[in-house]
Ligand binder design. Structure first.
Ligand SMILES: *Cc1c(COP(=O)(O)O)cnc(C)c1O
Length: 449
């Protein structure tokens, strides 16, 4: 007899939701979210608001003098951790040629690959949560007021203070880098619980910085569970809970507020007549969820957000399609969660993110590892930009939207079919600038094969 998943057999789930059949077969597939509603209505269903994002933005501003001092590479940005956005016209041409289609409008790459300090999108949420915790502790102890110059945190006095406390996190790699680097710099003791997917160079780099790295032969969910369990037994330990964290989410959400300014400077219009399509690589969901939420606050119905996941780890899509959220993991459906996209190798999604983002999200799709490698090579050949495999998942969204039946139906339903020449497509390039050159060469070689 077949194993039941929340009361139904896998076959019953596939009959009810045909796209589940594609996921189980590891077929690249595209899904339009039937539960999306207008932004105004979605915001009414949501417990989070613009005020929360503004608060996160203000906190990052308070920390900017500290960051500028502690991480000199951020000094020219005055301690604001932000990445560039750039047009990728050569990549656009190459994709048109490969897909044999015309891509109307323009393609813009958001280069979170080049975020300072930890070289991935986790430099937003991960670092934000550590800073918030550091601020909470210092305020509580009366060592700091909100009006102070936070550059004083870069001192022996504060490092001694923080050394009494510890921070723990479970990670496939990049979250560990962000949490580890920032926590260690502030003076915290920090443990990173790494899943089997984590790359050796990430573990080496963290150990160099004095971070305790604990390795597990299992996947991300196990690393998180172990980290959480060990933190619970230590009252001085704070656990960064990637599966449930509102703080992480808010750190990511700040991105769109800043992007608005960047696009204005570039002369890129986003409004009803000039739609923006964002394609966000998704692991547990916090990164893309937070960015998408921020996007909807800034641009409302003019922005359309899609998540992208590996065919071997489509946890968020599975949770959203079936409505089971975190009650289901990809392994329940016989999907192995083994992918070269280590940043996205997550088998069970965040239910907090799934439920929060459901009314805002336009849809989701899956990408094969081979496709990720080929896009990695193509982007380097055309634009001389080197990203890690996970960070390429956003590219395929353009083809799904323009070429698939469901994508075209979406554009029609949203009244966008005649506005596409004024559109912009924004794949979110989520990581890669810290990948060692020899590892990047290997990725590139695979992509050329
Ligand atoms: C973590 C990560 C993501 C996705 O973020 P989640 O919060 O796990 O959904 C995407 N790309 C890269 C490179 C990452 O490290």
């Amino acid at each position: 007899m077949e194993q039941l998943i929340c009361g139904k057999s896998p076959r019953q789930w596939e009959e009810e939701f045909p796209v589940v059949g594609d996921l189980v077969k590891l077929k690249e597939t595209f899904w339009v979210n039937p539960k999306k509603v207008g932004t105004e209505e979605a915001l009414k269903q949501c417990s989070l608001s613009l005020a929360d994002v503004k608060e996160a933005e203000a906190r990052l501003q308070r920390f900017a003098p500290f960051i500028a001092k502690a991480f000199p590479e951020t000094a020219k940005m005055e301690g604001i951790i932000e990445s560039p956005v750039q047009a990728i016209p050569q990549m656009q041409k190459a994709l048109e040629k490969e897909w044999g289609i015309h891509i109307p409008g323009g393609m813009l790459l958001k280069c979170d690959s080049h975020l300072p300090i930890s070289g991935s999108i986790k430099a937003r949420g991960g670092i934000y949560e550590v800073l918030k915790h550091a601020e909470d502790l210092a305020l509580q102890e009366g060592m700091l007021t909100l009006e102070d110059d936070y550059s004083q945190l870069d001192s022996d006095k504060f490092r001694d203070f923080y050394s009494k406390y510890s921070i723990a996190v479970g990670s496939t790699g990049n979250l560990g880098l962000s949490i580890g680097i920032m926590s260690a710099r502030l003076g915290f003791r920090v443990s990173v619980h790494m899943s089997a997917d984590a790359r050796q160079w990430k573990k080496d780099l963290l150990r160099e910085k004095g971070v305790t790295v604990v390795e597990y032969p299992e996947d991300y969910s196990k690393a998180v569970a172990e980290g959480r369990r060990q933190a619970e037994s230590d009252p001085m330990c704070y656990f960064v809970d990637d599966e449930n964290s509102v703080n992480l989410f808010m750190g990511y959400a700040v991105a769109a507020q800043r992007l608005k300014g960047q696009l204005e400077q570039m002369g890129v219009q986003v409004d009803k007549e000039h739609p923006l399509f964002a394609f966000l690589p998704c692991g547990v969901g916090g990164g893309p969820g937070g960015v998408a939420f921020g996007f909807k606050l800034v641009y409302g119905d003019a922005v359309h957000c899609f998540f992208a996941e590996p065919t071997h780890a489509p946890c968020m899509m599975l949770g959203l399609v079936t409505g089971l959220q975190d009650k289901v993991c990809v392994q329940d459906f016989g999907i192995d969660n083994l992918t070269a996209a280590d940043g996205l190798a997550v088998g069970r999604p965040s239910s907090f993110v799934g439920k929060t983002i459901e009314p805002f999200l336009s849809g989701s799709y899956t990408v094969d590892d081979g496709t990720l490698y080929r896009r990695l090579a193509l982007l380097r050949d055309t634009e001389n930009l080197a990203l890690e495999p996970s960070a390429l998942a956003g590219m395929e969204g353009v083809r799904w939207l323009l070429e698939s039946k469901d994508g075209q139906a979406y554009l029609k339903k949203e009244g966008l079919a005649d506005k596409m020449e004024q559109a912009h497509f924004m794949p979110w390039g989520t990581g890669g600038s810290m990948v060692p050159p020899e590892v990047m060469e290997e990725y590139y070689r695979k992509g050329k094969e």
